[in-house]
Design a protein around this ligand. Sequence first.
Ligand code: CA
Length: 222
Amino acid sequence: MKLLLIEDDFEIAITLKEELEKNYIVKISATGEDGEYQAEINDYDLILLDLGLPDKDGLEVCRNIRKSGVRAPILVLTGQADLKMKVSLLDAGADDYLTKPFKLEELMARVRALLRRPKETLLSNTLSTSDLTLDLDKKTAKRETQLIALRKKEFYLLEYLVRNAGNVVSRGMILDNVWDNDCDSLTNIVDVHINYLRDRIDKPYDKKLIKTVHGLGYKIEA
Ligand code: CA
């Protein structure tokens, strides 16, 4: 199993790494910026996150890691843990925390407990707006409880609209983000796919989700 340790204090980082490496592969990150990057590009089983980082607030790092879709459990190492802090930590997407100073045995026990948790109980990999929910793993959509199968391109297009819910996205933005490149002359493929998508997710329902914003593009209400 691979762990990411985001900790700027060199001595603490080395001590923890030595202990954790008896059982796991451990990568150290010394800044929030690098930690977010490492968490996003690698597939870790657990992330240990120090809240007091030199470049960024640890809570913000936690939030950004979750925003990038990372589902690995996050164990926060913090100097303070009053009620307000605990609530903020959970809201930011952390799974557990340890107050410094802590005993290595306790840290190891928390790590084992988090790694034992079945993945489904952790943050689910879905996006939603209104009565629409997207399952990012299965690439399916639901309106309320009704499952809607989508072609891959339709799914990515819908995912892009939902990630930008409340904002207008232009045809150009859609092309850049949903199609690979070089489709400038083909902006009507966006319209064509929006129509496919409407047939599946809007036509059978009273409430229409995809709005055309004249002259600008499309939007899904937040
Ligand atoms: Ca620190």
